[in-house]
Design a binder for this molecule. Sequence first.
Ligand code: N01
Length: 554
Amino acid sequence: MVATQPQSVPTRAHARYDVIVVGAGFTGLYMLHRLRKLGLSARVFEQGGDVGGTWYWNRYPGARCDVESMQYSFSFDEALQREWDWSERYAPQPEILRYANHVADRFDLRKDIQLDTRVESAVFDETSNEWTVTTSDGATVTAPYVVLGTGCLSNARVPEFKGMGDFKGQVYHTGHWPHEPVDFTGLRVGVIGTGSSAIQSIPLIAEQASELFVFQRTANFSVPARNAPLSAGEREAWRKDYAEIRRRAREDMKNGIVQPVPDRGALDDPDEVRREKYGARWNSGGLTFMGVYNNLVLDQPANDTAADFIRERIAGIVADPETSRLLQPNDHPVGSKRICVDTDYYATFNRPNVKLVDIRSHPIERIQPHAVRSGGRDYQVDALVLATGFDAMTGSVAKIDIRGRGGRTLNDKWAEGPRTYLGLMSAGFPNLFIVTGPGSPSVLSNMIVSIEQHVDWIADCLAYMRDRGVGSIEATHSAEDRWVAHVNEVAGSTLYPQANSWYMGANIPGKPQIFMPYIGGVGVYRQICNDVAAKDYDGFAMVVAARPQAAAGG
Ligand code: N01
């Protein structure tokens, strides 16, 4: 790998770069920026029509981030974090997308990003230590390194309902929402699913639709967002302490979201104190509800106190007793599925035009040309919204035909569940980095904190290798085995594996059920990654290049 000046690289039938990056979401943008700083040539391939990843695709009504904007933003550039003014406590999707575009423009990234181009395959050549990547435009490119920034929630999942093809109305998936405005005014709409995407969109769809049927298989715990405009004064207050806030996020023992640190377990407080604390968090809103006590995801009786509190609140909001009963989750610990954050979700079921349909007791039998049939009844709908989630964490990686040593595919290696060392690499696939992959804190964390940590670690690793003439890096099988065991052990000490969640792969029929993210906390994880790097990349095998690598980028 020879340093080349950042340059504009035109599309060609065959080209060679130092690094190929898959995806132009926040990972791809920051990775490209870091690679440029190292003087490396890179090409980013993005299947979408613009940058932004998740925030490019998830345009459904009400889409916004459930991590506060002042924390869900890049920290790597001081001027950037001072110049961008978030308008609300929780930024809406269009604003986050504008931010991604701003980052692309500000750092002049677009010239190395090729949009509307899917990476179809990546094949490693053991002789040259290079990846050959083919793309949907028929091009073939090569590079010693590939970085997968494919996103964890980017492979939208459409369940195979019988009769789906017969449906005469429009069908939308929340994760693949059209770019044109969708108007449900006067329409009868069916929403299938009650995860975060549904819970955000249902209140807004209900305002337009003449009738809305919500098809619920599993009730989810949701807490109010308490979203509000962010004043200049509030932004300034954040910025005053930004360096310290960012440090705390990086070193956080949990998810990289700065919040008050609990000093006790739920059962250490008497009933009335506990209720008061839950009430205060409910009133202040947001994901930090789970941070009231330090044992809510560890101890079932402790968890029950939080679950009971939320169930009581639901009962207090929803007027119809049967609807209220159905909306109260009772089959998983609170937090073991991603807790949802909403604006008026439960109250929406008090509207006369909204009906909850229990498809747990009466599964969807088939989709009719103008209806959804469940329990022998046809619910007449003109449009269907599938809020049915994603083949999470591994789905987008699995869509690429990745072949490592001996031609073995990554899908074959991961057939029994994903295996990585630190979530960053998988043994047998040299020079292939994964960002926020399975085995890293990933979806259990503030994604931007994790993305920056991974990208920095990868960039530092590439610099280390270049300085030492190393041509390849690969996770060893033994280090990977130890890490996988550790990830499972930590997950097993929590309540998380008790839920049929997408964290477990449980939402995809046939997908191996393994708790995919690393739950040890972003601070601990960062320290482990730093220690590994400090010990000359302990657990990775590095091979010195047999010959100086050819100049790249040309
Ligand atoms: O997807 P989900 P999502 N028949 O998988 C149901 C992030 N996110 O897009 O639970 C009937 O959570 C399924 O039912 P069940 C966040 O991390 C963040 O909502 O499998 N129903 C479930 O109700 C989130 O966790 C934000 O029984 C079927 C729903 O569809 C993640 O993305 C906003 C079905 C899927 O829920 C995914 O959220 C949005 C079937 N065959 C998303 N298949 C914020 O930042 C699935 N379902 C706020």
